[in-house]
Structure formats: C-alpha cells, structure tokens
Design a binder for this molecule. Sequence first.
Ligand SMILES: C[S@@+](CC[C@H](N)C(=O)[O-])C[C@H]1O[C@@H](n2cnc3c(N)ncnc32)[C@H](O)[C@@H]1O
Length: 219
Amino acid sequence: MEHDFWRERWELGQTGWHQDEAHATLVDRWPEFGVASDATVFVPLCGSSIDMAWLANHGHRVIGTELSDIAIREFFDAVGLEPSVRPAGDFTVFSAGPYELWRGDHFALGADALDDVVAVYDRASLVALPTEARRRYADHLAEVLPGGARSFLVTFVYDQSRMDGPPFSVTGREVEELFGDHFEVTKVADDDVTDRNAGLVARGAARVHEELHHLRRLP
Ligand SMILES: C[S@@+](CC[C@H](N)C(=O)[O-])C[C@H]1O[C@@H](n2cnc3c(N)ncnc32)[C@H](O)[C@@H]1O
C-alpha cells in the first residue's frame, strides 16, 4: 500500500487492526518460542501495538519501524514515556526505556540497526502488505537480519475472493515460498479465529484462520 494510505488511516483514526490488549497468540505461545528474556526483538510495521509493551514487560528490548508519527506518539503516551528524538539517516528515532521506534520507510532500514536483534515479532505486518510488497518484505528481512535470528510470524488465512485486504490472506504455502530460501520455516499452529474477527466477517470473510510460523534465518 502507498505510504499515504497508512498515514491517512492514522489521521482518520481508522485503525481497526489495533488491539487494546496483547495479542492472544503472543501471550499464549511466545514462552514456548524459547527466546532469551533479555533478547532484542524487532517489530516491523509496529503501529502503536501494545504487544511491544508486553514484550518489554517480559524483559525484551524492542526496536520497531513505523511510518506514522501519530502511531509512535500514541504508543509512547500509552506506556507513559516521553521519548527522546534523534535523526538517523532517512529515519527519525524515538527512544525511551526499552523502546526504540524508527519512524520512516521500513524498507530503507539497514542491517546495522538490527545488529543485536535475536527475534522478530510480526503480527498484522506481513499481512498488511499486498502481494508484491510481501515479496519485498521477505527479501528485505533476509537481507537485514543477523544469521540465526528467528521470527514469530502470525498470518491470517481466509478466502481472498470474498474480501479485499488489508489484512491479506497469506497461506502457509506462501510463507514457505516467501521465506523458504533463506529461513527454516515451521508451521506451529493453525487456529480458527472466526469468532474473534467479527470485523473481517462483516467485510465478507466467512471463516478466518490464524497461522503461526516460526522462522529461523539460515546462516
Ligand atoms: C495493519 S498495521 C499493524 C500494526 C501493528 N503490527 C499491530 O499489530 O498493531 C500496519 C502498520 O504498518 C505501517 N506501515 C505500512 N507500511 C509501512 C512502511 N513502508 N514503513 C513503515 N511502516 C509502515 C502502517 O502505518 C501501520 O501502522
């Protein structure tokens, strides 16, 4: 999607993807993911996700990328911190406590920003992107993540002919196609989450599944 599309969503307050509580799959399944509690976690296309606070409350340092100033300000307001602001190339970095949120185009982020990253948390990020951008997103992650880095990737699967994204339907097969050359891919869960996604059902998606994949960047 174009940057203006997302900035406008934030300006108009049309952020239906945003959740007030940590995502259930993060809470239920992050512990078995086995990432050390002091590890740095990268949250691409982070919005103002409260999942970042859940990760920080479990000991992690959090790095995010986000286009919208509004999203970043709302996040720091929600966690009660006043960020310091510094320029870094094409980005402006907002930091406070365990959080470092890079405002700018995610795809411009270089590997040097992610030297310490041990894991990625992706909820509503890959699935926010249309087909070609998903390929770009996967290739970019392969390029910038350190070898051995892991990803906790949550996707939606539904009948794409019934509803337009975002969020887009991303099947396990597509995850394998996108990441399989550079990551070991393991599908960990496939749950029917139709009952928890009334908004998507109202838009036409009859049934919605959520899949969880664990990825590991090959050395
Ligand atoms: C569907 S939202 C999901 C946000 C978050 N992951 C969550 O679970 O709440 C996608 C977010 O990605 C941001 N975004 C989209 N394209 C981006 C880009 N190229 N660079 C940085 N952020 C981007 C949007 O502004 C939006 O906040």
